[in-house]
Design a protein around this ligand. Structure first.
Ligand code: M6R
Length: 604
């Protein structure tokens, strides 16, 4: 995910910017750059890949005395990760860095191109700096030009802009993407998209609200709200603890990552979920030609995403789909046919078992696709094609936002295949697109649900085991719920298809057997309810997750009523993640680094 920094003052500008970017590295990026205006001269440096490459390029560069500078780590959305697409973007004598997405960039680009402006990059960001210079030509007043620019931008943004005409100012604007300004003494200001970047430098910070814009100079800071009314900054002391700042005020990275799901999934959908269809610009048109089967292969949580999406590939896209656990697949001497698209799913892109199956599929001449969170990982490099899930760096060993983004990509991919194969009606496609659009909202954690789960968790710290049960696509979700609980609570938990309990496991039913039952309103409701009833008749302790009240349950985690089962899927996913988190917290375990587990399993 992108990061922004800025500095106005007399310190070593390069160092301040690079140190700030270093602190934002954890968010993930694929290129970086800085622009510094010192003694009337602009110096620009950009590099693809790690920050070390940019540091190397700026080795000889030094500043003297007062100056201004802006910096950025870019995580590609519009256009590939190249130096040209890296920020800062330039006009004739101004530079801009930007997080977010300018939704009307195509219209603006068209207008500016007609006015004779030449564009260098494929990004949406570049329109900002050209639009600013376009207005500046008519007004001769940089602030007025900036104000007009901001008024004409649609979408989400955090922007810093510097221009030669105003060598003692940094212009800023914020809407939908985080941005703050910090200070520690007179005549000095820091900017950043997250406070981790300015801890140790700034003593106080002001967090901008959506719609705010303005500028800082040596003498002052001026902030205007969306209506153009001037407002005063609200300075607050800044924490000095980098680790807790990285956790964004949450107790654990896992908790932060659960709460982040709404925003990262919005990133996952960006540029892919369009008005009336799904687009994956990273996929070659021919990838699905002559394909009659999809084989999904993965481990752990990624395997659960594979299994869940297989229901969508068959139901929605009408393509034969099989799912494989990578460590099993490696040695089963599988029969591989060339009309199969082999899809690996992995957060890290380095999991040894999954990587080996990708090599096997390639050796057998199959077309391959990697669905992965880490660009340039081994799987992304090896597969014929890849789709990045855009979850940002996931620190908690127990995967949460990686799963949410994998599911979003796989759901979109099932629709993409359906479009290609003409196996979906316009109406059904529209219904799915409309439901996908609601995901960021659905994934916002409801504080009262979290509190309810926190209170409930104290009843589930003992017993002789957990069964997580669900039907259809809710069965893999039950598997995922059980895996989460196992990983961080060390309690025994199993995921089971609800309808399968009577074929054996029901023998375990007694009050000390805890059943977490997924009961969606919009999919096989009556059938699932009967299965739960069978358990309740045998006195198992039952916690139902549903929008419906089920009177025979002992406990109830209520989700909001929704019209589509996929909305229920994602809402229940959040409830399950919070339940394991709170049980683990009560047991006093290390939530982020559970015993015996590693984030990336690069051994067989
Ligand atoms: O990086 P991957 O997605 O390939 O990792 C696969 C599993 O190791 C991983 O999902 C693991 O199960 C997680 N700890 C689950 O929370």
């Amino acid at each position: 995910m992108c990061g922004i920094v800025g500095y106005l003052g007399e310190k070593n500008i390069k160092e301040v910017l690079l140190n700030g970017l270093k602190e934002l590295e954890y968010r993930g990026y694929d290129s970086a750059g800085i622009a510094v205006l010192n003694n009337d001269r602009f110096s620009i440096f950009k590099a693809v890949g790690k920050l070390e490459n940019l540091i190397e390029k700026t080795k000889e560069f030094q500043t003297q005395g007062f100056g201004i500078g802006i910096g950025h780590t870019r995580w590609a959305t519009h256009g590939k990760p190249t130096e040209i697409n890296a920020h800062p973007h330039t006009g004739e004598e101004s530079y801009v860095v930007h997080n977010g997405i300018i939704e009307n960039y195509a219209i603006l680009k068209n207008m500016l191109t007609k006015a004779g402006v030449k564009f260098l990059s494929q990004t949406d960001t570049e329109v900002i700096v050209h639009l600013f210079e376009y207005y500046k030509k008519n007004t001769q007043n940089s602030f007025e030009a900036f104000e007009k620019t901001v008024q004409n931008l649609e979408g989400a943004y955090a922007i810093l802009l510097v221009t030669k005409d105003a060598p003692d100012r940094i212009f800023f604007a914020k809407k939908g993407s985080p941005l703050l300004v910090g200070k520690s003494k007179e005549q000095e200001f820091y900017f950043a998209s997250s406070d981790t970047a300015v801890i140790g430098e700034a003593k106080e910070v002001h967090y901008f609200d959506d719609g705010d814009y303005g500028y800082v100079s040596k003498e002052e800071i001026r902030i205007f709200d969306a209506s153009g009314k001037e407002k005063q900054p609200h300075w607050q002391p800044l924490s000095t603890n980098k680790l807790s700042a990285q956790k964004g005020g949450f107790r654990f990275f896992m908790e932060k990552e659960i709460y982040e799901q709404a925003t990262v999934v919005a990133d996952t959908l960006l540029g892919r979920l369009l008005e009336d269809h799904i687009a994956f610009e990273e996929l070659d048109e021919t990838l699905f030609d002559q394909i009659n089967e999809i084989k999904l292969c993965a481990c752990g949580t990624s395997y659960h995403a594979a299994l869940a999406s297989s229901y969508l590939f068959e139901r929605v896209a009408k393509v034969r789909t099989s799912v494989e656990i990578a460590s099993e697949f490696r040695y089963k001497e599988p029969l591989l046919c060339k009309d199969t698209l082999f899809v690996v799913i992995s957060q890290s892109g380095e999991t040894a078992d999954t990587l080996e199956t990708l090599k096997m599929a390639k050796a057998a001449g199959l077309k391959t696709l990697a669905i992965c969170n880490v660009d340039n990982s081994s799987m992304v490099r090896l597969a014929d094609a890849s789709i990045l899930t855009r979850a940002g760096i996931e620190k908690g060993v127990a995967s949460t936002k990686a799963f949410a983004t994998q599911m979003s990509v796989l759901w979109m991919l099932s629709l993409f295949v359906a479009q290609k194969q003409n196996s979906i009606t316009k109406e059904v496609l529209q219904e799915h697109l409309q439901t996908l659009r609601t995901l960021p909202k659905i994934l916002e954690v409801n504080p009262s649900m979290h509190e309810r789960i926190r209170r409930l968790s104290k009843r589930y710290l003992h017993g002789h085991g957990f069964f997580f049960i669900g039907r259809d696509i809710f069965f893999p979700l039950a598997l995922e719920g059980a895996l989460k609980l196992k990983e961080i609570s060390y309690l025994h938990a199993e995921g089971y298809p609800s309808g399968e309990m009577k074929h054996g496991p029901i023998a375990l039913a007694d009050p000390e057997l805890f059943t977490i039952a997924l009961l969606p309103k919009n999919l096989l409701f009556e059938k699932s309810r009967s299965n739960i009833e069978e358990l309740s008749a045998r006195d198992a302790t039952i916690c139902v997750i549903s929008s419906e009240v089920y009177e025979k349950a002992d406990d109830h985690i209520s989700i909001a009523p929704q019209p589509h089962y996929m909305q229920e899927f994602f809402e229940m996913m959040v409830a399950l993640q919070l339940l394991s988190l709170e049980i683990s917290v009560r047991l006093g375990n290390d939530v982020d680094m559970p015993r015996n587990l590693a984030k990336s399993v690069t051994v067989e």
